[in-house]
Design a protein around this ligand. Structure first.
Ligand code: PLP
Length: 365
C-alpha cells in the first residue's frame, strides 16, 4: 500500500498538467526564436502568464517566471540587503536564510503574527523599507492576516512581500485584496511541475533585475525559458483556481481525521487549531514520541507524511515554527505534518489513522 499525505512538500502533478509538459518536451522551440517553433513556444509562455495572472488577480505584465519561490524570494530580498526589513519568525528558510539581517515579528501560540509587536516594530525608529510575511505557514497551515499587515506597512511607506506558496489553489490569493506589492509562487505546491515558479508584482511595482543575460522576462530574469515547466505552471494555476471549492471537502476530511486522532490519545497537541487554517494541513504532536520514530513506523506501513518543513525533513531539526509558537525543543521534535491534496481519498486518511493509532498504542504502553 502506498499513501501520500505530504502535499505541502510537493503535490502530485495533475494528469492534464503532466500530459502537457510531456507533449511540449517532445517538441522543440526556444520562446525567443522568431521562427514557427519559437512562436509556438512563446505562445505557451504567454498563455501561462495569463493563467498565473488570473490566479493572482493580476495582470500578465506583472508576472515574471523564475525557477521557483526560492528564487523569487531571493530576487526581492537581495534588493533590500542594506535596508530595514521586517519578516515573521515563521517564514520559510528561503526567507530566513536570505534576510539574515531582518528583524523578526514573533507569533502567538496559535501561530498568527503578534499584531501588537508588529505595530511596535513599525513605529520604532526609521520605518522599514520592506515587510515580508507568508500567507499560509507550510508547517501548520495557519493563514496570516496579510491584508491588515500590508495596510499597516503601507501606512509607514514600506512595501509588502507575501510568500503565497502554500496559499495558492487553497484560498484566494488576489494580490490587490491582499495588498501585496510582491508575491512568490512555486508551481509544484499546486500540482504543477517542480523547478518553476513566479514573482508577481503589483501594478506600478517593478520586479528587481536579478539574473543578467539574454534579456528574457523583461530583463529581470535572463535565461532560456523553461517552456514546458511554464506551460505546466499555467495549466496548474488554472486548475487550482477552478478546484478551490474542493478545499471544503478536504477541510472536512482533515477535521474528521483530527477528531479520530484525539480519540486515540489525550496526549495530543494540534498546532494552530484555534487559528484560521487552510483545509489540507494538520500538524500534531504527541509528547515523548520523536517525529523520527513516528515517521519510520508510518513509512513501514507505506504512509508518507512529514516532520517540520519540507526542506528540513530528513534532518529532524526542531521546527523553528513550532518553537516560535511556544513549543519546547522536545515538543517541536515530536510533531508530524499531514498534508492532503487533490488526489487524497477517505481511504488514505483511514489508512493513516489506523497506522498512527497502532503506533501510538505501542509507544504508550
Ligand atoms: N515558501 C514556502 C512557504 C514553501 O513551503 C516553500 C517550499 O517548501 C518555499 C517557499 C520554497 O519553494 P521552492 O523550494 O519551490 O523554491
Amino acid at each position: 500500500m502506498s499513501v501520500y499525505l505530504d502535499y505541502n512538500a510537493t503535490a502530485l502533478m495533475r494528469p492534464e498538467v503532466r500530459d502537457l509538459v510531456i507533449e511540449i518536451m517532445e517538441g522543440v522551440g526556444n520562446a525567443s526564436s522568431v521562427h514557427n517553433f519559437g512562436r509556438a513556444a512563446r505562445k505557451y509562455v504567454e498563455d501561462a502568464r495569463e493563467q498565473v495572472a488570473t490566479l493572482c488577480g493580476s495582470n500578465a505584465k506583472q508576472v515574471i517566471f523564475t525557477s521557483g519561490a526560492t528564487e523569487s524570494i531571493n530576487t526581492v530580498l537581495n534588493e533590500y540587503k542594506d535596508k530595514r526589513v521586517l519578516i515573521s519568525a515563521i517564514e520559510h528558510p528561503a526567507v530566513l536564510e536570505c534576510a539574515t539581517q531582518a528583524e523578526r515579528i514573533p507569533v502567538t501560540k496559535d501561530g498568527v503574527i503578534d499584531m501588537d509587536t508588529y505595530k511596535a516594530l513599525l513605529n520604532e525608529g526609521e520605518p522599514p523599507a520592506l515587510v515580508c510575511i507568508m500567507l499560509v505557514n507550510s508547517e501548520t497551515g495557519v493563514i496570516q492576516p496579510i491584508a491588515e499587515a500590508a495596510k499597516l506597512a503601507h501606512e509607514k511607506g514600506a512595501l509588502f512581500f507575501v510568500d503565497a506558496v502554500q496559499g495558492a489553489g487553497r484560498i484566494d490569493i488576489s494580490i490587490d485584496k491582499l495588498g501585496a506589492d510582491y508575491m512568490a509562487l512555486s508551481a509544484h505546491k499546486m500540482a504543477g511541475p517542480q523547478g518553476i515558479g513566479a514573482l508577481v508584482t503589483r501594478k506600478g511595482v517593478d520586479a528587481p533585475k536579478f539574473m543578467h543575460g539574454g534579456g528574457q522576462e523583461k530583463n529581470c530574469r535572463a535565461g532560456t525559458h523553461n517552456t514546458a515547466g511554464i506551460a505546466g505552471m499555467g495549466l496548474a494555476a488554472e486548475l487550482a483556481l477552478k478546484n478551490l471549492p474542493h478545499y471544503d471537502t478536504l477541510t472536512k476530511m482533515r477535521d474528521d481525521m483530527e477528531a479520530k486522532l484525539r480519540q486515540a490519545t489525550n496526549n495530543l497537541t494540534i498546532y494552530g487549531e484555534n487559528a484560521p487554517r487552510v483545509g489540507n494541513t494538520c500538524n500534531v504532536g504527541i509528547e515523548g514520541v520523536p517525529a523520527q520514530t513516528q515517521l519510520m513506523a508510518l513509512d513501514l506501513d507505506g504512509i508518507a507524511v512529514s516532520s517540520g518543513s519540507a526542506c528540513s525533513s530528513g534532518s529532524f531539526k526542531a521546527s523553528h515554527v513550532l518553537q516560535a509558537m511556544g513549543a519546547d525543543e522536545d515538543q517541536a521534535k515530536s510533531a508530524l505534518r499531514i498534508s492532503l491534496g487533490w488526489n487524497t481519498t477517505a481511504a488514505d486518511i483511514e489508512a493513516f489513522v489506523e497506522s498512527w493509532t497502532r503506533m501510538v498504542k505501542r509507544t504508550q504502553k
